[in-house]
Design a protein around this ligand. Structure first.
Ligand SMILES: [Zn+2]
Length: 251
């Protein structure tokens, strides 16, 4: 192997040092949200979480979210974002949800099925406290989880109409258009909207703001991802400009 002249070695070492420093910076973790500092979410997270269950909004006994195992691979996952804003969310990682033991009071599934009803039409007939049950994964994965657990079909199910949601996360996690038109949103937003709906129904002002609190965080994540995309595009343009320039030099 031929040794490079010193000046050439230097020119290679500089960008490498700069890259590793940038990597070190990117690896620094925020003490608050446990995310890399560059992607810190603390400014979007409420100082006090909305609490459901004992010691909080007791009309909701608890929230069970069955999370598909492949969700772990995603940078921004819906359930942890929900847990940053709401206390009393129990996440269970599985492809095949099983009946909780002991059975929680009045489970209510948040999922659009052939027999699900809009939340607004179900509220008057609900017997509180209820336990909210949700499925978290891609649209395809939640469908598979629902099919793998026939007991879920026996639960009363509610869905949200498009007018009741904002679809924050759909900008980030593109859902099929026909589902978006029906009001399909991320698990975090769906659960937050149901919690808010119940808060409004039972005149609990703090709980009725759950959709705003979670929405602010989802909006923050969406904006952060948009900025990252723009930066990547800019870097790509700069890279192409350098290449073009180097090409000119070569000629
Ligand atoms: Zn943070």
């Amino acid at each position: 192997m031929t040794a490079l002249p010193a000046s050439r070695e230097d020119s290679l070492a500089m960008p490498l040092a700069a890259t590793s420093s940038a990597r070190r910076q990117a690896r620094q973790i925020c003490d608050g949200c446990q995310r890399p500092l560059r992607a810190c979410l603390c400014s979007f997270v409420p100082a006090t979480k909305i609490r459901v269950g004992a010691g909080g909004f007791e009309s909701i006994h608890g929230i069970i979210v069955y999370v598909h195992p492949l969700e772990k691979k995603r940078t921004f996952r819906s359930c942890p974002l929900l847990q940053m804003c709401v206390e009393g969310v129990h996440a269970i990682e599985t492809r095949r949800p099983v009946v909780p033991s002991p059975p929680p009071p009045s489970p209510l599934l948040i999922y659009r099925t052939d027999t699900s009803r809009p939340l607004s039409s179900v509220l008057p007939s609900l017997s509180f406290p209820v336990t909210l049950v949700a499925l978290d994964g891609t649209w395809q994965h939640t469908k598979e989880m629902y099919r793998a657990a026939p007991w879920l079909a026996d639960l009363p199910a509610v869905h949200l109409d498009a007018s009741e949601t904002k679809g924050y996360f759909c900008d980030v996690r593109h859902a099929p258009l026909e589902l978006v038109e029906l009001g399909a949103v991320s698990t975090a937003e769906a659960v937050a909207c149901v919690v808010s709906g119940m808060g409004r129904w039972l005149s609990d002002e703090a709980v009725s703001r759950c959709d705003e609190v979670v929405g602010r965080l989802l909006q923050g994540v969406g904006d952060m991802q948009e900025r990252a995309k723009t930066e990547e595009k800019d870097k790509g343009r700069e890279g192409r400009a350098v290449c073009d320039h180097e090409g000119d030099d070569g000629w």
